[in-house]
Ligand binder design. Structure first.
Ligand SMILES: *Cc1c(COP(=O)(O)O)cnc(C)c1O
Length: 406
């Protein structure tokens, strides 16, 4: 299982060319598509014809040829039967959940998830009659104890935002399946590094806004799953992506297609630099957290889940204890040393830094933040790959000394 190489599948097995043999794919911008014979139209609506049944496209909120190229690449990378791209990561998550859960159903979710996902689960879905129980993502017993007759799915992030706790995906999948539930995994922090479908997950969701696109210039998401589930999402009568409408634009799909071939190179370099910085900070006795450190309490588990050769990811955190200290450190790192940028989001080629408790996790109430182990002074860094690594290490070393954190 660990020998899965997403890079090989993406680049060697699944290569597509443009309409005229272009080395880049063509962009199909039509919103609608003609048919030669009007009798074909009702057959498309009835699901008797489609992109894979006679090459019949209908309308670009349904299927679009350029978006489909990206979908096939994503499925190849993920080792899933199919994939569907969406307008954002949060819409991929929301549509997946709404497709699987109806009013009266119940979800067991990791309590350590992206702020927007937390708000969706804790505030919006209960208003629609979908109940949530939050549990520690590392506590398998808590997942099991929380299952009720109404439970439909487990939700977790592979690497939790922002505490970087790692979910035991094979064990969670086993537990979910033995209880007739689906396991949905948000793999935004670890594309290529972890392949949750290969580890037993039923659905993988992504914010492609982050590492996958890698340039912080588009908002995009994806759902990777069985063909059957993707067709459910796109069903003309009951599909959540089709009917709630978070459609990916073919121009955005093209941009992401052009960046996928270097995703593996980028992930390796994010990982290499994050590990080097984390090891240096550990030597200085700085309060660093990185799952690739041998001293990390989930190092063994993480090592058992990752695909070989991509490292442990580009995310690390530094616990500055107070928000004041974290903000001071970010100011010095950005404005004096040009180490990185104070900004939310992640997966950019430059380092991005934010104090999670008062930014991307601020939708989560302080008492819940405490429960999930999110300190108010937790500084989250998405380590970029610009500039010289030695210089970057020197910069963070200096900054920590200047504000008295080491
Ligand atoms: C950013 C993020 C999302 C939301 O994605 P958008 O593309 O902003 O809609 C979901 N999950 C995680 C882990 C994220 O980091």
């Amino acid at each position: 299982m660990q020998n899965y190489n997403p890079e090989q599948y993406l680049i060697e097995v699944r290569r597509e060319f443009g309409e005229h043999g272009g080395v880049a794919p063509s962009i199909e911008r039509s919103s609608t598509f003609t048919v030669m014979d009007p009798s074909i139209m009702p057959e498309i609506f009835d699901g008797l014809r489609g992109p894979e049944k006679g090459g019949c496209f209908l309308y670009s909120r349904h299927f679009n040829p350029t978006v489909d190229v990206l979908n096939r690449y994503l499925a190849a990378m993920e080792g899933s039967e199919a994939a569907m791209s969406t307008a954002s990561g949060i819409s991929a998550i929301a549509c997946t959940i709404l497709q699987l859960c109806k009013c009266g159903d119940h979800i067991v979710s990791s309590d350590t998830v992206y702020g927007g996902t937390h708000a969706l689960l804790k505030e919006l879905l209960p208003e629609m009659g979908i109940e949530i129980t939050f549990v520690d993502p590392t506590d398998l017993d808590a997942f099991e104890r929380s299952i009720t007759e109404k439970t439909k799915l487990f939700f977790t992030e592979t690497m939790a935002n922002p505490t970087l706790k790692i979910a035991n995906i094979p064990k969670l999948a086993e537990l979910a399946h033995s209880n007739g539930l689906k396991l949905v995994v948000d793999n935004t922090f670890t594309p290529m590094i972890v392949s949750p479908i290969r580890l037993g997950a039923d659905v993988v969701v992504y914010s492609m806004t982050k590492f996958i696109n890698g340039a912080s210039d588009v908002i995009a998401g994806a759902v990777c799953a069985s063909k059957d589930f993707v067709y459910q999402l796109m069903d003309l009568h009951k599909g959540c992506i089709m009917l709630l409408g978070p459609t990916m634009d073919p121009r955005v799909a093209f941009d992401i297609i052009q960046r996928l071939p270097h995703l593996s190179i980028r992930m390796r370099e994010h990982s290499r630099r994050a590990l080097a910085i984390a090891e240096h900070l550990e030597k200085l006795d700085a309060p660093v957290n990185y799952p690739g450190l041998r001293s990390h309490k989930q190092y063994e588990l993480t090592s058992s889940l990752i695909n070989e050769g991509f490292g442990y990811g580009g995310m690390l955190t530094l616990d500055c204890k107070t928000r004041d200290k974290a903000e001071q450190l970010m100011m010095v790192l950005q404005n004096e040393h040009r180490f990185g940028l104070i900004a939310v989001s992640l997966g950019y080629f430059d380092t991005l830094m934010s104090c999670s408790g008062s930014s991307t996790s601020s939708e989560i109430p302080p008492e819940d933040q405490e429960k999930m182990g999110l300190s108010p002074g937790l500084l989250r860094l998405s380590i970029g790959f610009t500039g010289s690594l030695d210089k970057r290490i020197e910069q963070i070393d200096q900054a920590l000394k200047e504000i008295g954190l080491i």
